[in-house]
Design a protein around this ligand. Structure first.
Ligand SMILES: CC(C)=CCC[C@@H](C)[C@H]1CC[C@H]2C3=C(CC[C@]12C)[C@@]1(C)CC[C@H](O)C[C@@H]1CC3
Length: 393
């Protein structure tokens, strides 16, 4: 159980010492215990935070490190150039067309391949190999353990059972799919735009004897390659900002899931406190979008409206983090990557590492603290969770 994990106190915890904070802590702890015991009843591995489907950190680190060392100058240039899309927004079609041309959707797709083809290996140098900062669910748990907790909560929320077929949109390197399959016994179909990640997802899952499927496709190219009502459930983690037309995508998801199926979304949204006309807010947004790789910026309302229009009923809609904050987790990851950056810069200076490592790590680590600030100011979050259901027939 989470309470058995012995971990150093989180930096975010020591900064918050008031009486009201400590009673909030207690409430959160109680909620956490209830939550974990509920998950324990549901899942296969009830006793601990089983991470056998999780990547072995050092193996992943070295594999990705070698991959990055062998990047061609063109791959590095394409990765750097791909950031252009994060200064744009799907909402502003005119700007998209001016910068990327009339076939801007295709251009965004090309940029996403160049970006994720490199980013997934950069993320694997740290605790974000699954390429997401999870909701902050347990104060005592690490980033990886919070990911495991969150993924279990998805399985619980969408009622995953052994033998179910579940669709994972934007499946990355297939690590979440592997965990979901091992935890629930369901069979996952993962979809991703980046062939590099799809290949890794296949081998990672095959090595573990898991019969999950992985398909390379841009989810902006609809229809999705699945028959009507072919899935028992659906989940996606922080992929929706890459979607050009959310109502159309939700209609497709509605088509491919069976009546009664539940779907889980975890995503980046701007919060009511965010004012685009406030220069400080706008500047934070300008810095954070490229850091996290967000093209669009939905809101709770825009997501819920699009879901309802597609035919779904919204069952739950909330920020899944303790006290609505992810900042402690983001801060931990940012500190790690900034430290790694110093090491890399030193090794590049000594000519131990190729120069392009400096270019990559400088770009990656730019503005981590802006993300922490934006989260603390509650202007935006990447931990907004919605559970919705297709009505029973
Ligand atoms: C587009 C959205 C909503 C999510 C994309 C998921 C991930 C690729 C990003 C979410 C948070 C990002 C962070 C980093 C890399 C990309 C993400 C994992 C950093 C690790 C980059 C290095 C910085 O020092 C810290 C960043 C924390 C957040």
């Amino acid at each position: 159980m989470v309470s058995q994990i012995v971990l150093p106190q989180h930096p975010g915890q020591t900064k918050r010492g008031s009486e009201s904070d400590s009673s909030l802590d207690e409430i959160a702890e109680q909620k956490q215990k209830l939550f974990i015991s509920a998950l324990g009843k549901h899942g296969k591995h009830s006793k601990d935070l089983d991470d056998s489907a999780s990547p072995k950190r050092w193996k992943s680190f070295w594999t990705s490190f070698r991959y990055l060392a062998n990047l061609t100058p063109k791959e590095v240039d394409d990765f750097m150039a791909s950031y252009v899309i994060y200064n744009l927004d799907w909402e502003n079609k005119q700007q998209m067309t001016e910068v990327l041309g009339p076939s801007y959707q295709e251009k965004v797709g090309d940029c996403l391949k160049s970006y994720y083809g490199v980013l997934n290996h950069l993320c694997a140098l740290g605790d974000v190999e699954k390429m997401y900062i999870p909701p902050w669910m347990s104060r005592k748990a690490s980033v990886l353990e919070n990911q495991i907790l969150y993924e279990r909560s998805i399985a619980h929320d969408i009622g995953l059972r052994a033998g179910d077929k579940v669709l994972d949109l934007g499946c990355g390197r297939g690590r979440v799919a592997a965990h979901m399959a091992q935890y629930s016994g369901a069979q996952v179909t993962g979809l991703n735009i980046d062939p590099n990640q799809v290949a890794q997802a296949k081998s990672f899952n095959e090595e573990r004897g898991l019969h999950n499927n992985f398909i390379q496709q841009d989810f902006n190219s609809l229809p999705l390659p699945f028959a009507n009502e072919s899935f028992d459930a659906f989940y996606q983690i922080q992929a929706l900002s890459l979607c050009k037309d959310l109502p159309a995508l939700f209609r497709e998801i509605f088509r491919v899931v069976k009546p009664g199926s539940k779907i889980s979304l975890l995503d980046w949204i701007s919060l009511p406190a965010y004012e685009p006309t406030n220069p400080e807010h706008a500047e934070l947004m300008r810095r954070v979008k490229p850091l996290i790789g967000a093209v669009g910026t939905p809101t709770q309302e825009s997501l819920e409206t699009a879901l309802k229009e597609a035919g779904f009923e919204v069952v739950k809609s909330e920020n899944a983090s303790i006290d609505g904050l992810q900042a402690p987790l983001i801060d931990t990851v940012d500190l790690y990557f900034r430290t790694l950056r110093q090491v890399i810069l030193g090794l590049v200076k000594l000519h131990v590492l190729p120069r392009h490592f400096k270019t990559l790590i400088n770009r990656l680590c730019l503005d981590g603290q802006a993300f922490v600030k934006m989260d603390n100011m509650r202007l935006a979050t990447t931990s907004y969770s919605i559970i919705a259901q297709k009505p029973k027939a």
